[in-house]
Design a protein around this ligand. Structure first.
Ligand code: FES
Ligand SMILES: [Fe+2]
Length: 383
């Protein structure tokens, strides 16, 4: 079934329609196919200049920073780099989320690291202090700065948007709000306030961020790469692939989806029958797994290194008591993050090591990899 990505933000299909499409593919031995073959120059994974341009694209868009529930209370904060910029993202007493450059206005020291809860941000270097709204509150021995305009020396704010259970950051202050909201309109509603973060982790992958992202966006590799992990439960090269503006959703069905053939469309529960992999353009993966959700954020640390920050959340439609929900979610995570993830990282790191060999001047993405083709096209258009 050939698919052409729409330019507008059409919503993804209903669960029942996805099931129908998967069942038709199973019967026919087919999969969703793109219409185009794409050649991506290897140089684009190696070039510092290209990475700098890509980071400008990151900054120009609202990119996911964390789930809303990572900052439940006033004063909760998370400090981390996004597109290379050290940021503090915090919730104010007015419940509004704000993002600031993590740089003191005196001499630029980082105010906080990691995560925590604070009443104010006090610089560890000389003690200048800032409110949760970024206002400069206090300067020790202020008579040493006779002309300072405190109002003009608050923390430098960047745009934070909280929607669909996610906090997004946009670092380019020139972007108008309508554009930001248009970009976010295609983001699916996956995260809800009653979900719990039951685990979070950060790993460094020794590979270009795009190589890592590509490993999520097709099911053509399931049989070869995940022979004993995912493949025994899934299918060889069988995906439903959809687009909503620049964002994509790739469906990975489990074999038990076949039990839904005789179930009425309105009664079809897909939760443990498939995985939805949403790519929030450009650098974020939001996965809907059997018993949990993950929000994974890819942060390039160089052309050949990527930090993956992942939040693991329980599902919203929780059945049973909190302990059971947490235990099921943790088991689910073990299955996905165990060997499955290791297998992908091994492939991706191997590609990174081969880049300089000269074996390839371009990589070819074929008809089974349309989500990757769409990603590269979207990225190229924005550079
Ligand atoms: S650098 Fe922050 S108070 Fe001096
Ligand atoms: Fe994989």
């Amino acid at each position: 079934m050939p698919i052409t990505p729409p330019k507008s933000h059409v919503p993804f299909m209903s669960d029942s329609d996805v099931v129908d499409r998967v069942l038709r593919h199973i019967a026919a031995g087919t999969t969703d196919r793109g219409t185009e073959v794409w050649q991506e120059p290897v140089e684009n994974y190696q070039s510092e200049d290209r990475l700098a341009q890509e980071l400008s694209v990151f900054k120009s868009l609202p990119t996911a920073f964390c789930p809303s529930i990572a900052l439940p209370k006033a004063g909760d904060y998370i400090a981390r780099t996004a597109a290379g910029t050290p940021l503090i993202v915090t919730r104010g007493h007015d419940r509004k989320v704000r993002a600031f450059k993590n740089a003191c206005r005196h001499r630029g020291a980082e105010l906080v690291a990691g995560k925590g809860c604070a009443g104010a941000f006090v610089c560890p270097y000389h003690g200048w202090s800032y409110g949760l709204d970024g206002a400069l509150l206090g300067i020790p021995h202020q008579d040493g700065f006779p002309d300072i305009d405190k109002l003009a020396n608050g923390l430098v704010e960047v745009t934070a948007i909280e929607t669909k259970g996610i906090i997004f950051i946009c670092q380019n202050s020139e972007q108008d709000e309508a554009n930001l909201h248009a970009h976010l309109s295609g983001v699916p509603d996956v995260l809800a306030p009653d979900q719990m973060i039951f685990a979070e982790n950060e790993i460094i992958v020794e590979a270009n961020w795009k190589l890592h992202l590509e490993s999520f966006l097709e099911g053509y590799h399931i049989k070869a790469t995940h022979k004993e992990t995912f493949f025994p439960f899934g299918y060889d090269n069988l995906n439903v692939i959809e687009f909503s503006g620049p964002h994509a959703r790739v469906t990975f069905p489990f074999q038990r989806i076949e039990t839904l053939a005789d179930v009425a469309p309105e009664d079809r529960q897909v939760s443990d029958k498939l995985t939805y992999l949403n790519q929030l353009f450009p650098n974020v993966v939001l996965a809907e797994l059997s018993h949990h959700r993950t929000l994974g954020i890819l942060e390039p640390l160089g052309t050949d290194r990527t930090r993956i920050k992942t939040y693991h959340l329980t599902k919203s439609e929780t059945v049973g008591d909190k302990d059971t929900v947490l235990k099921t979610a943790a088991r689910d995570l073990e299955f996905v993050n165990g060997t499955g993830q290791t297998e992908d990282i091994a492939m991706v790191s191997g590609i990174q090591r081969s880049l300089n060999s000269g074996a390839n001047t371009a990589f070819t993405f074929g008809h089974f990899e349309p989500a990757i083709v769409n990603f590269h096209r979207e990225l190229a258009e924005r550079l």
